[in-house]
Ligand binder design. Structure first.
Ligand SMILES: Cc1cc2nc3c(=O)[nH]c(=O)nc-3n(C[C@H](O)[C@H](O)[C@H](O)COP(=O)(O)OP(=O)(O)OC[C@H]3O[C@@H](n4cnc5c(N)ncnc54)[C@H](O)[C@@H]3O)c2cc1C
Length: 446
């Protein structure tokens, strides 16, 4: 058994939880801090004090990553973990009230902007082929694929739509490995797993919110500071051998050294609500009948206006159908604190206060409505049930930022963030990739 080193993790979202569990499994003494009262609100995305990308009804699971085969393989490893965890928990899909699956294999239909497959799709198919998984992908125009989809019970999810103002048909790929993860439920589950393993948690705006990192001169490397712990808003100092910054889109504010690597930007989400009494829609949009859909648009309306990319997920057990717009991400530039290593004319983009995140910018609303009118015509005149800006933590190359910070002594600071809009699916495996082991430097391809 190794000596128990203490690690303080800032953030109990997907990155923080995943790492906390992996560290505890290696006998570290782990304490997680989060300013949200997750022990009371259970990661409810609608709770007033919740602002985290991880706290959401659902996020897409996909292993389709174009050329990035390392992400494809990591996603498949993660998929195995989701499935086996659901099996262990005896999860069921029998009816909505008892459906407690964290991973739902609804499939994903990737609708192309034209009759041809994009180069990204071709790269994905090539890498699926390389890993012996080509049979799991069904190309709409390929008769052999459609026949296989039919035999395997997937054909009905290769949905057919009439695109207005378009004479041509569109190409699409149905990915039968994909689906979605129930994010908030997954966080609540993994938080409990972590607590059961002995990870300690401090939650809430006083006890859990981190004010700043405590820095001291290192005796071992006198030219550098080391981080000796952190101070929470209630004034308590918590000592730790290492501090992990895993605060998602808030990470730069806690640790401005990250300002060169990360930027916070907002994605646009809207939900529509289906009443259970509307049996036709309730069934049509269920995960059993409706896949996750992504639509990469080209200029589609009469004026040639680019409506951006849209995705939609099957309805939740409560009847919510979530639609996301990823054509444009929104920034919120504010004056950066003095000495911030990287700014844009003294400013940086940070999340808006949660109470200012319920309205979407006009281009996002336009694109979502456009999508609804083509692909979900039943809802064309239905008002949105909710709208929300949800904050990304974008890295320079959209890869995760998981490493020690070399400018601090004694490997006392570690960062585990940079989800860049695709981290949720990796919850069961992320921490194992990124353990701060005090000797080997982590690499994503480990
Ligand atoms: C719009 C959108 C769509 C996405 N879609 C997908 C998808 O389809 N599939 C997918 O796999 N991924 C998706 N992602 C990415 C995924 O959601 C993120 O990668 C992941 O949730 C990030 O987790 P995190 O732990 O880094 O950050 P967060 O979930 O933001 O967690 C950070 C935590 O830090 C806490 N915190 C902040 N400040 C402090 C402080 N001072 N003290 C203590 N705690 C603090 C917060 O309360 C929060 O709980 C999407 C992201 C967005 C924004």
């Amino acid at each position: 058994m190794t000596e128990e080193k203490s690690v303080a993790v800032i953030g109990a979202g997907i990155f923080g939880l995943s790492l906390a569990i992996a560290l505890r499994d290696r006998n570290y003494e782990v304490t997680v801090f989060d300013r949200s009262q997750y022990d009371a609100n259970g990661y409810d995305p609608t709770a007033d004090d919740v602002q985290a990308a991880s706290a959401d009804h659902n996020k897409i699971f996909r292993a389709s990553y174009g050329k990035e085969i390392h992400y494809q393989r990591l996603a498949l490893e993660s998929r195995g973990a989701w499935v086996s965890d659901d099996e262990k928990r005896g999860s069921t899909e029998q009816d909505d009230d008892r459906d407690n699956r964290l991973f739902v294999n609804s499939g994903m239909l990737r609708i192309q902007p034209s009759e041809n497959l994009s180069s990204l799709e071709k790269e994905t198919l090539a890498n699926m082929q390389r890993d012996g998984l080509r049979d799991t992908q069904f190309v709409k125009s390929d008769p052999a694929d459609c026949e296989r989809a039919d035999k395997l019970g997937w054909k009905d999810k290769i949905l057919n739509f009439q695109i207005p103002d378009s004479k041509s048909t569109y190409e699409a790929v149905l990915d039968s490995l994909a689906g979605f993860v129930r994010c908030s439920n997954a966080c609540a589950h993994y938080q409990k797993v972590a607590a059961d393993k002995g990870v300690k948690f401090h939650f809430g705006p006083q006890e859990g919110a981190v004010d700043y990192l405590v820095k001291v001169k290192s005796e071992i490397e006198p030219s550098k500071d080391k981080v000796a712990g952190l101070k929470t808003k209630n004034g308590v100092v918590h000592d730790a051998d290492a501090v992990v910054v895993a605060a998602g889109s808030f990470s730069t504010q806690i640790f401005p050294d990250l300002s060169y690597h990360l930027e916070s930007s907002a994605g646009s989400l809207a939900t529509l609500k289906i009443d259970k009494s509307n049996t036709e829609l309730w069934n049509k949009y269920s995960p059993e009948r409706f896949p996750v859909m992504t639509w990469k648009s080209t200029p589609r309306d009469a004026s040639g206006k680019d409506t951006g990319s849209i995705y939609v997920l099957p309805r939740t057990p409560e009847g919510l159908v979530k639609i996301g717009y990823r054509g444009v991400k929104w920034t919120n530039f504010q004056p950066a604190p003095q000495d911030t290593p990287f700014t844009q004319d003294g400013q940086w983009s940070v999340p808006l206060p949660v109470e200012e995140c319920s309205l979407l910018p006009e281009p996002a609303l336009y694109a979502i409505k456009q999508f609804v009118s083509i692909f979900m015509p039943e809802f064309e005149s239905t008002p949105f049930f909710s709208t929300k800006l949800c904050w990304y933590t974008d890295s320079l190359d959209n890869s995760f930022v998981i490493d020690h910070v070399p400018t601090y002594a004694e490997e006392s600071v570690f960062v585990c963030t940079g989800g860049s809009g695709h981290g949720a699916k990796f919850l069961p495996v992320l921490g194992k990739v990124g353990k701060p082991t005090h000797s080997t430097r982590p690499r994503l391809t480990d």
